[in-house]
Design a binder for this molecule. Structure first.
Ligand code: HMG
Ligand code: MG
Length: 297
């Protein structure tokens, strides 16, 4: 197991993108600023996708311009194409994330493109990013199952992860978009990808639809992964993945890691306060068990 794990907090992006009621821009900025004060090193701030596809994040530029950028904290933003990348240049983003899937059917629903077509769209993004000194992360969705295609062959996951890494993504995040994976399958999948992409360049991204996310994270830590995506309060879901629910809660991951003696640099109390604040803002209970337990303690 790693001695230190970097959490990639995806709450402001993955956590909010599926919310039907519009979250005020000022609240999004406050969420990111609160997260910045918890010791997190990476906070995915928002998404420069088409506002027609994800209206909730149409205010990406205002959000990015409004946050206080703390030294030592990276604020990546999602981009689907060169048009999105150009929008991020206007606000001075220094890190972006591109995304595709291991399932052709899901990728078409999510980005109106086949997998290879989406990889081709990323080539000019990576080229521009290299010239601009912008770091690029890559996502592979549906690594343990697809809502439209069902089973996803491991070879497809490996192929897409390898392609993103070969294009120049410094890190490839493996996403169980609909949270169907179980620990044995997660471990096998990660092992297969790690044969082609070095483990230090891999991250895992679990949604908790079937209650397996924390167990899946543990299985992958045992394989040596040291970067974990999660969302404060367990927020999240993809509007184009039928049945997808929230991400694994950051508070629960941090509580488990600290219990295992693994360092994160994160102040769990502050993180849990932020999770409860977000849940109240969204008008629901926090999706984090640790967040609830800390409130009751
Ligand atoms: P399209 O309709 O095929 O795009 O969508 P297009 O190029 O034909 O353009 C159509 C219109 O969108 C045009 O405007 C463009 O200007 C505009 P119009 O002329 O009609 O007025 N447009 C844009 N506007 C702003 N920013 C842009 C942009 N691009 C085009 N970047 C597209 C293709 C990829 C744009 C669309 O499908 C899209 O935005 N999809 C994003 C869906 C999404 O955000 N899904 C959730 C994120 S992925 C996820 O959650 C999974 C993850 O968490 C990991 C996991 O859990 O597995 C990462
Ligand atoms: Mg996700």
């Amino acid at each position: 197991m790693p001695q230190r794990v970097r959490i990639v907090e995806v709450g402001p992006r993955d956590g909010l993108q599926n919310e039907s009621a519009q979250v005020p821009t000022a609240a999004k900025i406050e969420l990111i600023d609160r997260l910045s004060a918890t010791g997190l090193q990476t906070i995915e701030a928002t998404s420069f996708v088409s506002p027609k596809w994800v209206p909730q994040l149409a205010d990406a530029a205002e959000v990015y311009a409004g946050i206080e950028r703390r030294p030592g904290v990276a604020y990546p933003v999602l981009v689907p194409n060169l048009q999105g990348y150009e929008r991020t240049r206007a606000v001075g983003a220094t890190e972006v994330a591109v995304f595709t899937a291991a399932s052709e059917a899901f990728n078409r629903r999510n980005t109106n493109a086949g997998i290879d077509e989406s990889l081709a769209r990323f080539a000019p993004v990576l080229e521009r990013a290299r010239a601009d000194g912008v770091r690029v992360r890559g996502y592979v969705s549906t690594v343990l199952g697809c809502p439209y295609q069902g089973e996803v062959p491991l070879a497809d996951v490996v192929r897409v992860a390898r392609a993103l890494h070969a294009m120049g993504c410094y890190e490839v995040s493996l996403g169980d978009t609909i949270g169907v994976g179980t620990p044995g399958k997660a471990r096998t999948m990660l092992r297969a990808v790690a044969m082609e992409v070095p483990m230090p360049a891999l991250a895992v991204h679990f949604h908790d639809t079937w209650g397996q996310a924390l167990a899946n994270v543990l299985a992958c830590l045992e394989e040596g992964v040291a970067v974990v995506d999660s969302a404060v309060a367990g927020a999240g879901g993809c509007p184009y993945a039928k049945g997808a629910s929230g991400n694994v809660a950051s508070e629960d991951v941090v509580y488990m890691l600290h219990g295992l003696g693994i360092d994160t640099g994160i102040d769990l109390d502050r993180l849990a306060d932020t999770g409860r604040w977000l849940a109240a803002l969204l008008g629901r209970d926090t999706g984090s068990k640790a967040g609830k337990a800390l409130a009751a303690a």
